[in-house]
Design a protein around this ligand. Structure first.
Ligand SMILES: Nc1ncnc2c1ncn2[C@@H]1O[C@H](COP(=O)(O)OP(=O)(O)OP(=O)(O)O)[C@@H](O)[C@H]1O
Ligand SMILES: [Mg+2]
Length: 375
């Protein structure tokens, strides 16, 4: 006689539906499942149920494990999720996980959890950002496990700062990862070449890897699994995540977005990785605010980049807003993008309102210029 090890009944609800009355259906399922349990087989049942209806059904209390799968549609994007409702005798990760069905079958992407080791060490080692003047402003460079955010309006040089940072690491033989939503690998390679940085060579030597996802195709759990696997395999030392604000479009659920950003950067830090994030500020002029409010708590250093109008000329300015665990330069400094990359220059002195984008001399200074003397 053929004795299988596994049985799949797909869907089990059809068998129960053959009974007319609710009471009969419950009784049928009860008898069916208790008999099956005595066979000592692995049985997989499927059916269309809600989590609530299962809790009241014999299927709910007689099964050893219950997994609820569903598909949600947000805008034009459809996402599949899986929740372990019950799992007897073993631990499992709670919450919603993503899964994908493709020609390779089904792939599950467990959700990213925050690091739980509160006693993990914190590094005192410094690493270079690649920009000498910025290292000086940060009293010797970045702390090795820090998360640094460059925030600025479009065209202020955020991506170039990031590429500088990665080129520095890859040149020293450190494996690096670039995560982007806007610029795809070949475009980054081309743009870097203008500064004499050979990212194609870094890529060939397996020192730079790109993970590029257009926001419309983004799936947070899949992205996180891909990043974690790469970090584990390649002993990554530096990560550059360009355009974090794209997550607002890519991941519309604000809670999930916050969880994703926090657990990802936490994962980088606890693996001793230096992380550089960039975030676009919407206004060219005006008040400063971080677009992704979720970011403020999880970054150690915040650097603001601005285009500033100084006496009719547009200049680029940089200032360190905060730097946890170390002293830093408090000046607002001018910087220039040259064909060798970024060069930090002198402090912009004698002006106020610089970070709002419109530098102007204080009234006392104007008075002195007009009438001379010490006002
Ligand atoms: N080869 C180059 N030489 C000198 N300056 C350059 C060169 N390439 C770009 N720039 C300057 O850098 C700016 C773009 O820098 P970058 O791409 O890093 O800005 P960004 O802040 O990342 O912009 P976005 O928000 O659009 O992504 C340009 O506006 C230009 O001023
Ligand atoms: Mg950019």
């Amino acid at each position: 006689m053929y004795r299988p090890n596994r049985i799949v009944i797909d869907p089990v609800s059809v068998l129960a539906d053959m009974k007319e009355k609710d009471f009969e259906r419950r009784l049928f399922l009860f008898e069916f499942l208790t008999r099956m349990k005595s066979w000592n087989l692995l049985v997989l049942l499927t059916g269309e149920f809600t989590i609530e209806s299962l809790k009241e059904s014999p299927l709910g209390y007689l099964s050893d494990a219950m997994i609820h799968i569903s598909e949600t549609i947000t805008g034009d994007k459809s996402e599949r999720h899986l929740i372990v409702v019950k799992m007897r005798g073993r631990k499992y990760v709670q919450g919603r996980h993503s899964y994908k069905i493709s020609s390779h079958g089904m792939t599950v992407f467990p959700r990213l959890l925050p690091e739980l080791d509160i006693n993990r060490p914190a590094s005192t080692l410094r690493v270079s950002s690649g920009v000498e003047g910025l290292d000086r402003m940060l009293t010797g460079g970045l702390l090795k496990d820090d998360v640094i955010l460059f925030s600025g309006s479009p065209g202020t040089g955020k991506t170039i700062f990031g590429l500088h940072f990665i080129n520095e690491g890859a040149t020293k033989g450190e494996p690096c990862l670039i995560i982007s939503f806007e610029e795809w690998p070949q475009k980054i390679i081309r743009n870097a070449r203008a500064f004499g940085w050979d990212f194609e060579e870094h890529q060939k030597k397996n020192l730079v890897k790109f993970i590029y996802f257009p926001p419309a195709l983004f799936n947070a759990d899949e992205h996180a699994v891909m990043i974690k696997e790469f970090i584990l395999k390649n002993n990554v030392k530096r990560v550059f995540f360009d355009g974090v604000e794209n997550l607002i479009i890519a991941l519309s659920d604000a809670i999930k977005r916050r969880e994703y950003v926090h657990s990802l950067v936490d994962h980088f830090s606890s693996n001793g990785i230096t992380t550089l994030l960039t975030n676009e500020l919407p206004e060219l002029f005006g008040t400063i605010r971080l677009t992704i409010e979720d970011l403020s708590g999880c970054v150690d250093t915040v650097i603001l980049l601005r285009q500033v109008e100084v006496e009719g000329q547009m200049k680029k300015a940089l200032s360190i807003l905060k730097s946890r665990g170390s002293d830093h330069d408090k000046e607002i400094r001018e910087f220039e993008i040259t064909n060798k990359g970024i060069e930090v220059k002198v402090a912009i002195k004698g002006y106020e309102n610089v970070l709002a984008g419109m530098a102007r001399k204080p009234p006392a200074e104007i008075f002195r210029e007009m009438f001379g003397g010490n006002q």
